[in-house]
Design a protein around this ligand. Structure first.
Ligand code: NDP
Ligand code: KPL
Length: 329
């Protein structure tokens, strides 16, 4: 049995696809999502035109025993509580994959779940909770996981669900590369725009490039090497983002190959009035930089602006306004 712990956008979508392909899946989540699933089932769509429905997903509000594989899909602030809730229910050797953004979630899980085989994972695509029981994948991409022999048993379930589970030898490097992209979550949420519209504007991309430069300096100091994505050395990203719009659109077509309505998970949090994950994204760069005697003022400022937005502050920054604000830091 596969347990999805934290049935929200990623959990319902990934778990839903596995269930639609015949896997036994138990979703653990909040009552409000359980109610949606009970009334509407799960409707899963993607940018390629896939449309699937899970009529009667098994939903629980606390974990049950008997899972062979657990997918942890809570936001980073919920990882400790997730581990505490799971601990009494996991048999020795249960495989736990953290499908979360940020750099440290698997470490937190491992510390609290010594009986389990905890593996860091990465979700490259975006999913939005687009209506009651509806989850839409708006950007392309795969799932990644730190390779381990225990994964052999689960490969077929992911393959049948049409989900590529890429087994990586250096998932930490993959996570570091993903975090460079997630630094855009704050910019996207502060812009109030769909990802494609936001990333099509040079001023917003320059904001992201400033944040990435600080991250790359912190990674270098920490000896963390972000993995190349789509053949691109991540160290070249800031320069690429700074290109004029017409040139960027041609050179980085892959970055813009997404559903025009796709949004970041940070935008989704603000929209739903929830606290965001910014402390684990831009805030992670601030901490990592500080650990190595560096500063990361742009990421610090983005973190503060997102916190202000959580409290009702601005979410309609134009690109030039945000860039000027960040350059003042
Ligand atoms: N959404 C996306 O497009 C992407 C997200 N990610 C990452 O994936 C992870 C999950 O994100 P996402 O799916 O967007 O998050 P969501 O907030 O949509 O889903 C998490 C769900 O888990 C619930 N939850 C939290 N703690 C518990 C608990 N103890 N028991 C039961 N339910 C709980 C949350 O409820 P509540 O809100 O009430 O706490 C929420 O409904 C994050 O790390 C994110 O950064 C990665 C790639 C893309
Ligand atoms: C897929 C991506 C990068 C989209 O912004 C994401 O990880 C998120 O929204 O958290």
């Amino acid at each position: 049995m596969i347990c999805v712990f934290g049935a929200g956008s990623i959990g319902c979508y990934v778990g839903g696809r596995l269930a639609a392909a015949g896997a036994e899946v138990v979703f653990v989540g909040r009552q409000r999502i359980a109610d949606e699933a009970a009334t509407h089932g799960l409707a899963l769509t993607d940018l390629h035109g896939t449309a699937l429905h899970v009529d009667a997903p098994r939903f629980e509000t606390s974990p049950v025993a008997g899972a062979d594989l657990v997918l942890v899909t809570v936001k980073s602030s919920g990882t400790r509580a997730a581990a505490a809730a799971l601990a009494p229910h996991l048999e020795p050797g249960t495989v736990v994959i953290s499908f979360q953004n940020g750099l440290r979630n698997a470490d937190v899980l491992r510390e609290q779940l010594p009986q389990a085989t905890v593996l860091p994972g990465m979700v490259a695509f975006n999913v939005v909770h687009s209506g009651p029981g509806r989850f839409h994948q708006g950007t392309a991409g795969d799932l990644g996981v730190q390779t381990h022999p225990a994964l052999d048993a689960f490969g077929p379930a992911f393959a049948s669900a049409g989900l590529t589970l890429a087994r990586e030898t250096d998932l930490r490097g993959v996570q570091a590369a993903k975090l460079l992209l997630n630094l855009n979550n704050a910019v996207n949420a502060l812009s109030g725009l769909p990802l494609k519209t936001e990333l099509s504007q040079r001023a917003y991309r320059r904001c992201l490039a400033l944040a990435q430069r600080e991250a790359l300096a912190a990674y270098k100091a920490a000896g963390l090497r972000p993995t190349a994505t789509a053949g691109l050395d991540p160290r070249l990203l800031p320069a690429l983002l700074g290109l004029p719009d017409a040139l960027f659109t041609r050179t980085a077509a892959k970055m813009l190959a997404m559903d025009p309505l796709a949004r970041s998970s940070t935008w989704e949090d603000l929209e739903a009035g929830r606290p965001t994950e910014v402390d684990y994204l831009n805030g992670e760069i601030v901490s990592l930089a500080a650990e190595h005697g560096l500063t990361a003022h742009v990421n610090e400022h983005l973190t503060a602006l997102v916190h202000a937005a959580e409290d009702g502050g601005r979410r309609d920054w134009t690109g030039p306004e945000l860039l000027a604000e960040l350059r003042r830091t």
